[in-house]
Design a protein around this ligand. Structure first.
Ligand code: FDA
Length: 393
């Protein structure tokens, strides 16, 4: 007789969702987590308001070596399903930018909802609990949990990624995957601010706290979002999104005026307002502090429009539309929201999330090589993969 039908390692978004789904099927389910609180990342997310889904979620919003892997689960458990759950619990929410849903009050509402559902589904949640050893035992699994032997029919690994170790992140899921012969693709911190060289740091200091809408391009990624100057470097949604495409040595291209056809505007102004200074115009279309900094970085002389040659206009247009910047690095795991890469999906069923050849072992959520863009996609993946595995364990 096994102690449990299902043991889930990780009381985060994916693990709790899987546990409650399996619990409602009448299975004996236990969730174990080494942290002292469930859902710590949920509590931190979305500035404490949890951007819990994105209504426009499709597999195109995810990075993975196998871009098709996420399709099945995302189709079966949609953002609307999660919204129904949220509404059933009377949680108020707001759509901040199109499609991005946040709690109106606090991310705590989402964690309480998941824990309530787990309780209703008869799930046992053990916090501050350590899994010491995992081995295959016949058609089940044998674990050592806090020094005790626990036998389970299925084991679900929902240990998440490596970002923010102080919130309980660990490489345990990757180690387990390797133990059972699965490959783990290279992991990298993503949705993370960029750092700058000390030289840039001093010239950015005066801009700290300033936010402006830009288009950021890096590799094959292009995002029209706000960027934010901080005292450490460059952040805000545009930079976080770009970081998922960035590798050391690469440049990030910024269009400072995505809504302005700069070349045409300057040519037109040269005719209609020949005495207008270049700096005055720039100060009108961009925040003044930024316009002054750009003039300085690009060594542009402040002079009347009439004095700008066609070549000068081209230079200014290029400097504003395709400004290239080489980050020194990123802030790394300390502040990254997610991990790119993870357990290779090659040998995992996209329907059940079981490992091929080891049907009693499942991997779900961010521990897998499936990583969403910024905007609620990562939680939608956690919910969808959690439900898919909870229905099949
Ligand atoms: P998650 O990390 O949630 O849970 C893993 C659990 O496993 C943790 O509770 C951990 O303690 C436990 N664990 C790890 N190792 C263990 C071990 N050895 N033994 C036992 N337990 C172990 N996404 C989004 O869609 N919208 C948003 O607003 C945000 N905002 C955001 C802000 C910040 C600051 C961060 C860091 C991240 C986000 N994210 C986000 C990303 C989102 O939080 C993340 O993708 C999901 O939480 C992943 O869910 P998982 O359940 O896979 O892992």
């Amino acid at each position: 007789m096994k102690t449990y039908d299902v043991v889930v390692i990780g009381a985060g978004a994916a693990g709790l969702m899987c546990a409650l789904t399996a619990g409602y099927r009448g299975l004996r389910v236990r969730v174990v987590d080494h942290a002292n609180k469930a859902g710590k990342k949920i509590l931190m997310s979305g500035g404490g308001r949890c951007n819990f889904t994105n209504l426009a979620t499709t597999s195109a919003n995810f990075f993975s070596r196998n871009p098709h892997f996420s399709i099945s689960a995302l189709k079966r458990y949609t953002p609307q399903h999660f919204v129904e759950l949220i509404e059933r619990h009377g949680i108020e929410y707001v759509e901040k930018t199109p499609g991005q849903l946040f709690c109106a009050h606090s991310a705590k509402d989402v964690v309480s909802m998941l824990l309530t559902e787990c309780e209703w589904a008869g799930v046992e949640v053990s916090l501050s609990t350590t899994v010491d050893n995992v081995e295959r035992l016949g058609d089940g699994m044998r674990l050592r949990i806090d020094g005790r032997t626990v036998d389970t029919g299925s084991l679900v690994v929902a240990t998440g990624g490596l970002s923010i170790p102080t919130l309980g992140a660990s490489g345990f899921g990757y180690d387990l995957a390797r133990q059972f012969g699965l490959a783990v693709t290279e992991t990298r911190a993503a949705l993370v601010p960029f750092t700058v060289t000390s030289q840039w740091k001093s010239s950015l200091a005066s801009l700290s706290g300033l936010s402006c809408p830009v288009v950021a391009r890096c590799g094959d990624g292009q995002y029209r979002e706000p960027m934010l100057f901080t005292h450490r470097g460059l952040s805000g949604p545009a930079m976080l999104q770009a970081s998922s495409h960035w590798q050391p040595g690469m440049a990030v291209e910024i269009d400072w005026l995505p809504s302005v056809p700069v070349e045409e505007s300057l040519r037109e102004l040269r005719q209609s307002a020949p005495r207008r200074q270049l700096g005055t115009w720039l100060g009108e279309v961009l925040p003044r502090r930024l316009s002054q900094a750009l003039m300085q970085w690009q060594s542009w002389k402040d002079r009347p429009m009439a004095e700008l040659s066609n070549a000068d206009i081209d230079t200014v247009a290029q400097g504003l539309k395709t400004w290239h910047f080489k980050p020194a690095g990123t802030e790394g795991w300390r502040t990254a929201e997610v991990t790119l890469g993870g357990v290779d999906t090659e040998t995992i069923s996209s329907k059940t999330f079981a490992v091929n050849g080891i049907p009693q072992l499942h991997f779900i959520g961010e521990v897998l090589d499936v990583t969403g863009q910024l905007g609620g996609y990562n939680f939608q993946w956690a919910w969808a993969s959690g439900v898919a595995s909870g229905q099949s364990v």
